[in-house]
Design a protein around this ligand. Structure first.
Ligand SMILES: [Zn+2]
Length: 89
């Protein structure tokens, strides 16, 4: 009889531990999923800065003017820099 009680007690403890573990794991995975979400690419596009090779000014690629030099397109800051670059080569 005492052995049966002992087995029941051990089973009960095991279930309790498993339940605790499950809650812990669920919380853990929810946390990492949240971190993944927060650490992912931001919704707002970050400005990509490029350097104008003519005057050395750093400009956002989205507002840079495309200048053509030797078949390549080079981003420059202004119409003046574009003319200078295209005249040079
Ligand atoms: Zn420039």
């Amino acid at each position: 009889m005492a052995r049966l009680l002992l087995v029941l007690f051990v089973l009960f403890m095991l279930l309790t531990v498993l339940r605790g573990l499950r809650i812990f794991l669920r919380a853990f995975f929810r946390d990492t999923a949240g971190l993944r979400k927060a650490g992912g690419p931001p919704a707002v596009r970050q400005a990509e800065m490029v350097r104008d090779p003519v005057c050395g000014t750093w400009i956002d690629r989205s507002i840079a003017l495309p200048a053509h030099r030797g078949g390549a397109i080079v981003p420059v800051c202004s119409e003046e820099c574009r003319r200078t670059l295209e005249r040079a080569g």
